[in-house]
Design a protein around this ligand. Structure first.
Ligand code: HEC
Ligand code: HEC
Ligand code: HEC
Ligand code: HEC
Ligand code: HEC
Ligand code: HEC
Ligand code: HEC
Length: 279
């Protein structure tokens, strides 16, 4: 028995989600590409708890009233299954089947808490796991940072401070991104400032320069060299063989290292002493 679930757009690609509900507690999520309809990408199962069955989200609401109420606004509330043969396993898609937990009145170790392991998230976000395996990454797999430090599982936008589903102009541009920066400031207070000389790039959000999950580049940078800066500081060249940035010839500087490591703009987030971003 199968039910088309929801269609999502990820990186411009359309995918249909199907819940395939078999007998008893067997339940599988399949991602299908809309264009091909080949059951290609992944066949995934929710977290399992030996001996437990799915009971449905209404059961959770009796004891976790506030979470269940807020959950209606959550990005992941859209995952709830519908139809006669499907239970609404919204909560249990991340927490695993809840029958033992419910029966025991909430005893310890009867339910999955994703704070302790992101495995539950990777069943649907496989591509994200690969990022956390890159050489420079937030230590989530190491258990020092949790997905929930940056993402709301139960309420509102899954991406704290605003999702990426909407074009920036619709999100109110800078404001949404500034509140996304707040997530980062919880742990990285030094980048908050205040700075006497602010680098305006910060208003575009930390993710303009950093890949928050992980990157091949040091400091999780999105680019390893001056390309990072030339995204915004591009200047049409008029003199052959020379590279002007802010009307200063940078041709010889760029051989000495990156813009931030050559001793030129090392206070890249903002400076207390000079507008050219030095310490
Ligand atoms: C009969 C009451 C009751 C029901 C029903 C119930 N819980 Fe719980 N739950 C508790 C209690 C009590 C705790 C432990 C104290 C706390 O963290 O609030 C708990 C804790 C949890 C935890 C944290 C566990 C941990 O190890 O950190 C999660 C997650 C959870 N419940 C999810 C669910 C889900 C999902 C459902 C529905 C399938 C559900 N609960 C139904 C009573 C209940
Ligand atoms: C997208 C996955 C996901 C879904 C869906 C989900 N949760 Fe959670 N839940 C989490 C994560 C992640 C945590 C850990 C949060 C943290 O530590 O800040 C958590 C923690 C909890 C806890 C422990 C107490 C707490 O707030 O830390 C309870 C209870 C809970 N969830 C209940 C529910 C209920 C009830 C539902 C359905 C209405 C639900 N969850 C749906 C991911 C999810
Ligand atoms: C059962 C599958 C499933 C599980 C489990 C799941 N997700 Fe999701 N998640 C989705 C789907 C599908 C979407 C896209 C929803 C949409 O766009 O309407 C999504 C969206 C998101 C988004 C927002 C993406 C955006 O562009 O706005 C974040 C962030 C996210 N999930 C994080 C998590 C985290 C963290 C966990 C584990 C606590 C988790 N997810 C568990 C299926 C899942
Ligand atoms: C250090 C903060 C941080 C942590 C930890 C983190 N994320 Fe994210 N994540 C973000 C930010 C910020 C974005 C938005 C990126 C953007 O706007 O380009 C994002 C985007 C996403 C998206 C949607 C876009 C995409 O890259 O696919 C998903 C899904 C997601 N995260 C899942 C997860 C899961 C699952 C975990 C835990 C295994 C996790 N994230 C841990 C900060 C974090
Ligand atoms: C819950 C705390 C926490 C949050 C929230 C958080 N980080 Fe981190 N961040 C860490 C930890 C822990 C490390 C690893 C530090 C280490 O390895 O020494 C780290 C490392 C980094 C590094 C690499 C630093 C280095 O020295 O290589 C960058 C860049 C970074 N984070 C950016 C961000 C951005 C951008 C955000 C918001 C999207 C964010 N962080 C949110 C805890 C956090
Ligand atoms: C204009 C690009 C840019 C933006 C925007 C940006 N960073 Fe960085 N960040 C860098 C560069 C470049 C480095 C590497 C500096 C070095 O290695 O000396 C860095 C390094 C870091 C480090 C490592 C410690 C350090 O200061 O060297 C952390 C943590 C960090 N950034 C967090 C953040 C946070 C949080 C935000 C958003 C509030 C942010 N960054 C926005 C470019 C940027
Ligand atoms: C998201 C766009 C963006 C990125 C990426 C960016 N900048 Fe900027 N930067 C700005 C803006 C906007 C200003 C303020 C207007 C101006 O001076 O051009 C600025 C100003 C500066 C200034 C001060 C110039 C002056 O004369 O006052 C320096 C130095 C600078 N940036 C260096 C860098 C370096 C180095 C990088 C790469 C690590 C970088 N920027 C990446 C947008 C960006």
């Amino acid at each position: 028995m199968s039910h088309p679930r929801l269609t999502r757009w990820i990186h411009g690609k359309c995918e249909k989600l199907w819940w395939v509900v078999g007998g008893g507690a067997a339940l599988t999520l399949i991602l299908l590409s809309c264009s091909s309809f080949e059951p290609s990408r992944a066949i995934l199962a929710p977290p399992s708890i030996p001996g437990a069955e799915f009971v449905g989200s209404e059961n959770c609401a009796t004891c976790h009233e506030a979470i269940a109420r807020d959950f209606r606004t959550a990005t992941h509330a859209r995952l709830k299954a519908e139809g006669e043969n499907a239970k609404n396993i919204g909560c249990e898609s991340c927490h695993g089947p809840g029958s033992l937990h419910v029966k025991s009145g909430g005893a310890a170790r009867t339910i999955v808490n994703p704070r302790r392991s992101p495995t539950t998230c990777f069943q649907c976000h496989l591509e994200v796991r690969a990022k956390f395996n890159l050489p420079h990454h937030h230590p989530v797999l190491e258990g020092k940072v949790s997905c929930a430090d940056c993402h709301n599982p139960h309420k509102g936008d899954a991406i704290k401070g605003g999702g990426t589903n909407l074009p920036q102009s619709l999100k109110g541009g800078g404001m949404a991104l500034l509140s996304q920066n707040e997530t980062c400031f919880q742990c990285h207070a030094a980048q908050r400032g205040p700075f006497v000389f602010e680098h305006e790039a910060m208003r575009e959000g930390c993710v303009t320069c950093h890949s928050p999950h992980g990157s091949v580049n040091q400091r999780m940078l999105t680019e390893r060299n001056q390309t990072l800066c030339l995204k915004c500081h591009f200047q049409q060249q008029t003199v052959g063989g020379k590279l002007f940035i802010a009307d200063v010839d940078h041709s010889s500087f760029l051989q000495q290292g990156t813009c931030w490591s050559a001793g030129c703009h090392e206070a890249i987030h903002g400076s207390q002493v000079t507008p050219v971003l030095r310490y």
